[in-house]
Write a protein that binds this ligand. Sequence first.
Ligand SMILES: Cc1cc2nc3c(=O)[nH]c(=O)nc-3n(C[C@H](O)[C@H](O)[C@H](O)COP(=O)(O)O)c2cc1C
Length: 190
Amino acid sequence: MSSDELQNILEQTWSGLTKAAGQADHPWRLPALGTQGLNGPDVRTMVLRSVDATTRQLTAQTDIRSAKVPGFRKDPRVAWHFFDPQTRIQVRANGRVAVHHDDEVTHAAWAAVPEANKRNYATSSAPGSPVDDLSPGQAQAAGDAAAYANFAVLSSEITFIDWLQLDDEQHRRAQFTWTGSDWHGTWMVP
Ligand SMILES: Cc1cc2nc3c(=O)[nH]c(=O)nc-3n(C[C@H](O)[C@H](O)[C@H](O)COP(=O)(O)O)c2cc1C
């Protein structure tokens, strides 16, 4: 890393993301996740569920039947977007998603899903299916096993971060690229 300040920014970015995953009211807790959908660019709000700075993983949870999943099979590249209006820091993180379904990753994550949230995975029809009225498409009182069958964990390995802070005195922007063994940081014109 070319300067201590770049190193600080990278460390603060990962520690902020880690904090966000465990703090419901953190502004980075609800990022937007951009993908190449089957019909072109797509973006949606997700809950950031866990962060591992060492392995550069950001994870989210979803219904395996949702439209984004076949999109990942077509193109696993993703862009996360985080913004904190207080600090005016924007972080964009790019990586590739691996979809976990009915494996040890989903098994461990499912054990921590609150009972009320488990019902979200128990709808009889897939998310995004048209319904005549809302009640039949809503979560049914299906068993835990049926809900778990629809549960997926999206693990994205991050290889690029674009960091931007808007400040009244001086805007600052930096980019960090994973070289395969280390992060390479550089200042950018904002
Ligand atoms: C505050 C908020 C949090 C959300 N969190 C998630 C989430 O963690 N996982 C998820 O699959 N969808 C989540 N959604 C719904 C998605 O934004 C999206 O509508 C849904 O996943 C369907 O997207 P798709 O059609 O691209 O698959 C959330 C929506 C909001 C408004």
